[in-house]
Design a protein around this ligand. Structure first.
Ligand SMILES: *[C@@H]1O[C@H](CO)[C@@H](O)[C@H](O)[C@H]1NC(C)=O
Ligand SMILES: *[C@@H]1O[C@H](CO)[C@@H](O)[C@H](O)[C@H]1NC(C)=O
Length: 304
């Protein structure tokens, strides 16, 4: 009796769908299976792996990591290496000091995916807003030498700056993104950017975007332009921040950091991969637009 029951169950369970239903569902289940694998790979394999690697797991890169790591920091090397293996990174370097001792000094992956040039210890890396750290160090250096003071109004060094409600803005405001020159109302052209005297006129003419109120808002691109003009005016040799960095700081500390990379060194630079310069540019434009919108909204609500 029990046996009979189980066989009948088995029969029901094993009952094949009719051929017409099977042929209808067979390709769909295969499709779902393939799509799931692709989705899984897209979620787990980073954007920098070649397409055939991302979709099919073939032709994946075999990036190498070189350099030094102290035995107790070996996990750093493992994680660093995994970023290249899973396509989350193209190439990079990392160094860390612990208790004053260099414990991690690694580099790996590719400097340029197009030519498969490896990322080595001499590769030069674009650092975008980390340049703000260097400009801040330069300002501190000039404050130390008595050429600048954080509490001083910018108009003391640059009288034309005192236009459009900017007369009370201090150097500290600018360093802290509170100078109200978050963006420029006029679009700056490449030739204007290259002619610093011309650029200075545009910067000075820009009105305070918060009507003189020191609200904090990220000065993404403008912070460096304004600081550079101030530095040009107080440096006895009228140098730019980039010139002072290369003539004084770099020689003194044997460091490499360029605010304008000499053409002779371009071959050491790691370019933006996958022609992403275009998408990065678009991204920057979008961020600036968004900031502008948010600020006009916040100044609007402030005025309410
Ligand atoms: C600048 O400071 C002076 C003196 O405190 C004040 O009268 C003036 O309104 C300030 N300007 C702006 C734009 O806030
Ligand atoms: C990158 O893409 C943009 C837009 O598609 C194009 O105008 C530009 O020439 C490309 N640059 C390179 C180096 O391929």
């Amino acid at each position: 009796m029990a046996n009979e029951k189980s066989t009948s169950h088995k029969k029901e369970f094993n009952a094949y769908p009719s051929t017409s239903i099977r042929s209808k569902f067979f390709p769909i289940s295969v499709l779902i299976f393939i799509i799931s694998i692709i989705i899984y790979r897209l979620l787990t394999v980073g954007p920098f792996a070649p397409l055939q690697c991302r979709f099919l797991g073939i032709g994946c890169l075999d990036p190498k990591v070189h350099g030094y790591v102290a035995p107790e920091f070996i996990d750093v090397k493992k994680i660093f290496t995994s970023h290249f293996e899973n396509g989350g990174e193209v190439g990079s370097s990392v160094a860390a000091y612990y208790n004053g001792k260099l414990v991690v000094d690694l580099h790996g992956g590719y400097a340029d995916l197009e030519t498969m040039r490896e990322y080595n210890k001499d590769t030069l890396q674009l650092v975008f807003s980390s340049t703000k750290v260097m400009t801040s160090i330069m300002i501190a250096y000039l404050v130390d030498r008595g050429l600048l003071s954080y509490d001083e109004k910018i108009s003391k060094y640059w009288p034309e700056f005192a236009q459009g409600n900017k007369e009370n803005v201090t150097l500290l405001d600018l360093v802290n993104h509170r100078a109200g020159v978050t963006y420029l109302d006029t679009q700056v052209t490449k030739s204007e950017l290259e002619d610093l005297d011309q650029l200075a006129k545009i910067l000075a003419a820009q009105p305070h975007v918060f009507d003189g109120v020191p609200l904090r808002a990220y000065h993404a691109a403008t912070r460096g332009w304004y600081l550079n003009e101030i530095v040009r005016r107080v440096d006895p040799k009228r140098r730019t921040i980039g010139q002072i960095v290369s003539e004084e700081i770099l020689k003194q500390y044997d460091l490499e950091f360029y605010l304008l990379l000499p053409q002779s060194l371009w071959s050491r630079m790691s370019p933006l991969g996958d022609n992403r310069s275009w998408s990065v540019l678009k991204e920057i434009v979008n961020v600036v637009k968004k900031l502008k919108k948010e600020q006009s909204e916040s100044s609007f609500s402030k005025n309410q």
